[in-house]
Ligand binder design. Structure first.
Ligand SMILES: [Zn+2]
Length: 251
């Protein structure tokens, strides 16, 4: 088990110039929230809406993204709204990133993190620390499980540490009409059960190992994702007509 800040010899050092108490001396705490749902459920749209609502109240925030589907450091929703964001790298220390903002005179009240499932567990712990120690409100948006229906490591840590967990309410339906919770990875009309877990959205290369080929032989094929209910995910049943309208298609 690791504890917060284990990897850092002095975790408070990164945040020491920042106040952790209000003028009256009572501890100030931010909240760490995780809003999660399957692909196409409107998470990025909700992220931008929350940013808009806070900004309108005069609060100052920072938008962060890990692997945005656009390939650019920005939060882009599928309905076309886009906002510049700061890309979080694999080794980015989020405490240092926030500290640099403060040192540059940019006070922050909240953070919005899109594609938060791709954060490392250590980065999620840094977000918890920012909420506790410098009273940042942190809103994370992401997918809970990968195409194998296993929790992403970052999502798992968020489930463990977040103050609030909120399923995103915009329902994505399986082809059968039941709310879909699983992001199936599909190639050649089959649900794939193995492969690189990091590939979820358009970042996927589209190269998979063909079932009946020697292990060394890979071949380009069409990869897409389809949201399924648990039953049809279990059965690998993609329904009568695939691909269906509105589903992401990757080539
Ligand atoms: Zn179904």
């Amino acid at each position: 088990m690791t504890t917060l800040g284990d990897s850092d010899p002095d975790p408070t050092d990164a945040l020491s110039p920042l106040p952790s108490r209000s003028a009256t001396g009572t501890p100030v705490r931010g909240r760490l929230r995780f809003c999660y749902g399957p692909m196409d459920c409107g998470k990025s749209t909700l992220a931008l809406q929350i940013d808009h609502n806070h900004a309108r109240q005069g609060r100052r925030g920072l938008l962060l993204v890990r692997h945005d589907r656009s390939g650019e450091p920005r939060i882009s929703s599928r309905i076309g709204i886009t906002r510049q964001a700061t890309e979080v790298g694999e080794d980015t220390d989020l405490r240092q990133l926030i500290r640099r903002e403060w040192v540059a005179g940019r006070h922050l009240d909240y953070l919005i993190v899109d594609e938060a499932q791709f954060l490392s567990p250590a980065q999620v712990e840094q977000l918890a620390e920012l909420a506790d120690e410098v009273a940042l409100d942190v809103y994370c948006f992401g997918i809970a499980t990968d195409f194998r229906s296993r929790l992403f490591p970052g999502a798992r840590r968020l489930f463990e540490l977040a103050d609030e967990l909120q399923p995103v309410q915009v329902e994505v339906l399986c082809w059968c009409g039941v709310p879909g919770r699983f992001n199936a990875r599909v190639a050649d009309g089959e649900v794939l059960r193995e492969g690189d877990t990091v590939a979820v959205a358009d970042t996927f290369s589209g190269v998979v190992e063909k079932k009946n080929s020697p292990p060394s032989e890979t071949e380009s094929t069409t990869i897409r994702y389809q949201v399924l209910c648990r039953r049809h995910f279990r059965l690998g049943d993609l329904g009568p007509a695939t691909p269906r309208h509105g589903q992401l298609r990757l080539t």
